[in-house]
Design a protein. Structure first.
Lengths: 132, 598
């Protein structure tokens, strides 16, 4: 990972309450984007703590989560660092949540079940944006 | 006696001649012999005249005697045939003479009666004693003496003899005789008895009359009054009998109209009916009395008695007035009733209309209820679909990840046998889980056709499986515990619907109350051959004032559009109506406890 400390390198926080999903997706993203540092958290509060510690440029988060949901976490992160980019994972039925999230602002959203092609594309778009 | 009279007279004529000649002889010495022829001639002439005079006198006497004899015969007949028995007794009561009527009275021939003691014909010892006393009185006292004795008459009949006797002193002997007349008073006595009986009868009649009745004599004095009279007018016999009617009870009977009746009307009418008198009586107050009067004339003596019957009609009059009043009010009431009747009929008609309307609406309601149950089922299904979505989304997500991971690994040239097997195994596991969820869901949505004995634990497990994921997602802890493997005879899917409904209600309460550590506990056990299931939560409990209403249809505390308000209503219907169980709720610390017994 030390070689990743180039201009192209970035950090990413993945927040998802299903532990197995969280680890699996985190591992796959890390494999696909070798120059990215991936942090994973299982709820909003842990995610917020990790953000405060590492201030990753990209945050990928579920909405419905125990302890602190994705929306609240996003609001707090935005208040810390406004230009943080968000990719929201959502179910088909979570339109309301998505709208509420939209008020805070997100870059992209992925409807579950997660298609890695779309997820990778979304991450790629964000990475390009970071590089600009 | 009459036949012997003439002989008696002739005998006395011979006696008379002898006596006359004896007297002439005694006289002769005093006579002078005749001195001259002239004197002799004169004496002869005088004697001849004297003789003629004597003869004439004799003839006259004979005529007088004949007349006397005739008269005596007449008197003898009168004596014999008088309608009264005449007896001549000596001082000891021996019959010396008796007339024919007397003999006839005793039924014995006259000649057999003479010199017989009269006592022999007296019927009883009492009578003989009375007769002895009677004789003594007659002899000792002057004047007529009377007595009544029962005598034995013809063929042993008893005669009621009424004796009247007087003693006669004759110069010849000191032992005077007694003249006695005897009358047969039998018929008179019978009449008297009859009269007495008639009087008694009349008095009884008067007494038995239930209305007041008085009998007045012609002086308007009271002869008789009956019990009812005393009773009605509160007077005693002592102050009534013999009193002038107007004087009764402090002159309270001195009523002008009564005076009119007694003094005027009865002068020309002997009968008077229904003569109404209204008067204030001292002891009994104001009374209206109806008087009936009868005047009974005693023609022979010219006096009369008055029967005065009274009837107190005060109450009847009052009653009549009352009846009239009642009749009027009845008539009024009848009219009222008729009106009411009409009203009732109208109401009845309205009711009929209303009933049929209600009937229709009942049917509609039943249809609506059916619809409601169906809708509720659909709603539950919808809810479950939501749960299914939650339930499936994650596994599907994982499945997607596992499948894509294989592709990506292959792409990177990192696909190993282990990864392939591991991911396939996991994918299959997830598929099995999803398939199972579908089965439970299907079971839930299929209505129970008939009652069956089911294990409550199984139903709880199936229900929990459907919603477990969604509860977990909301951070709700669900704890299930069961002991004794309770069995229920009923509809498992409906029961499951109830459990689901109660758990989801608790979940809603948590969201509303923002409960810090939401927890639902489902317990089940057997108790007295019944199954018991409790669902408790710490969602703050149910407010006391809505406790009574929570099982009502359409009652909801949830925001508009959030709750249907039929969850608990249907739960109650399912448990109590369909399965004969009982569902209750109580508040516990920080929450509520639903209890289902079947």
């Amino acid at each position: 990972m030390a070689t990743a400390q180039s201009l192209a390198s970035f950090s990413l926080l993945f927040v998802e309450d299903d532990h197995m999903v969280c680890l699996a997706i985190g591992r796959i993203i890390a494999r696909r984007f070798p120059d990215a540092t991936v942090y994973t958290a299982e709820n909003g509060r842990i995610g917020l703590e990790l953000f405060k510690e590492h201030t990753p440029e990209i945050v990928i988060t579920d909405i419905n989560m125990p302890v602190m949901d994705g929306i609240e976490m996003a609001r707090k992160i935005k208040s810390i660092k406004t230009d943080t980019m968000f990719i929201v994972l959502t179910g088909y039925n979570d339109k309301n949540y998505l709208e509420r999230f939209g008020e805070i602002g997100f870059n992209d959203y992925i409807v579950k079940p997660v298609d890695f092609g779309k997820l990778f594309a979304a991450i790629e778009k964000c990475r390009v944006e970071i590089m600009l | 006696m009459g036949i012997d009279n003439r002989k008696f007279l002739l005998t006395s004529a011979v006696d008379l001649r002898r006596q006359a000649e004896a007297r002439l002889c005694a006289k002769t010495p005093e006579l002078h012999p005749p001195r001259t022829k002239e004197e002799t001639q004169r004496l002869v002439h005088e004697l001849e005249v004297h003789q003629i005079e004597l003869e004439m006198q004799n003839a006259e006497l004979r005529l007088a005697q004949e007349e006397l004899e005739l008269s005596r015969d007449t008197y003898a007949e009168l004596y014999d045939f008088a309608p009264v028995g005449y007896f001549t007794f000596d001082s000891r009561g021996q019959i010396r003479e008796v007339n024919l009527t007397g003999a006839h009275l005793l039924g014995i021939e006259r000649r057999l009666l003479v010199n017989k003691p009269f006592a022999r014909f007296i019927a009883d010892a009492d009578g003989r004693e009375i007769f002895t006393g009677h004789l003594e009185r007659v002899l000792q006292r002057n004047g007529m003496q009377r007595c009544e004795i029962r005598l034995t008459g013809k063929d042993g009949t008893v005669i009621h003899g009424q004796l009247q006797s007087v003693s006669v002193d004759t110069g010849e002997s000191k032992d005077g005789h007694i003249l006695c007349s005897i009358v047969d008073g039998t018929i008179g006595k019978q009449l008297e008895t009859e009269i007495q009986e008639a009087r008694k009868y009349a008095e009884n009649v008067v007494e038995t009359v239930r209305k007041p009745l008085v009998v007045l004599n012609s002086d308007l004095k009271i002869l008789t009054a009956n019990h009812s009279f005393y009773e009605t007018f509160k007077v005693t016999p002592e102050e009534t009998i013999g009193h002038f009617i107007y004087d009764l009870g402090n002159r309270q009977w001195d009523i002008p109209k009564l005076r009119v009746l007694l003094n005027k009307i009865l002068l020309h009418d002997t009968v008077f009916n229904d003569y109404e008198v209204e008067h204030d009586f001292q002891n009994i107050g104001r009374k209206i009395i109806l008087l009936n009067a009868r005047q009974i004339l005693h023609e022979k003596i010219g006096s009369h008695i008055i029967l005065l019957a009274m009837e107190d009609i005060t109450e009847r009059k009052f009653a009549a007035a009352e009846i009239e009043r009642l009749n009027l009010s009845l008539a009024a009431r009848a009219v009222e009733l008729e009106l009411q009747n009409a009203e009732l009929e109208e109401t009845y008609h309205d009711l009929e209309v209303e009933t049929s309307a209600r009937h229709r609406s009942m049917e509609e309601l039943r249809e609506k209820e059916q619809l409601l149950i169906q809708q509720s089922r659909m709603a539950a299904m919808g809810e479950m679909l939501g749960n299914i979505a939650h339930q499936w989304r994650q596994p599907l997500n994982v499945l997607g990840i596992k499948v894509q991971e294989l592709g990506l690994s292959f792409e990177y040239g990192e696909l190993s046998k282990e990864l392939l097997e591991s991911n396939i195994a996991m994918a299959m596991e997830i598929l099995q889980h999803l398939s199972q969820t579908i089965t439970v869901f299907q079971n839930f949505t299929v209505p129970d056709k008939e009652k069956s004995l089911f294990r409550l634990e199984q139903v709880i497990a199936n229900t929990v499986q459907i919603i477990d994921e969604s509860l977990k997602k909301d951070g709700i802890t669900l704890k299930v515990s069961s002991t004794g493997d309770p069995q229920v005879n009923g509809y498992p899917n409906e029961y499951s619907q109830v459990i689901m409904s109660l758990i989801l209600n608790a979940k809603d309460a948590f969201l509303e109350q923002r409960t810090a550590h939401p927890r639902i506990t489902v317990c089940s056990w057997s108790e007295n051959d019944r199954s018991v299931l409790t669902i408790t939560d710490n969602g703050g409990g149910i407010k006391e004032k809505i406790m009574d209403k929570i099982f009502d249809p359409y009652f909801t505390t949830k925001a508009l559009g959030k709750g249907t308000g039929v969850g608990l209503f249907l739960s109650k219907a399912i448990i109590e109506k369909n399965m004969g169980g009982r569902i209750t709720v109580r508040t516990i610390e920080n929450g509520s406890e639903f209890r289902i017994e079947v």
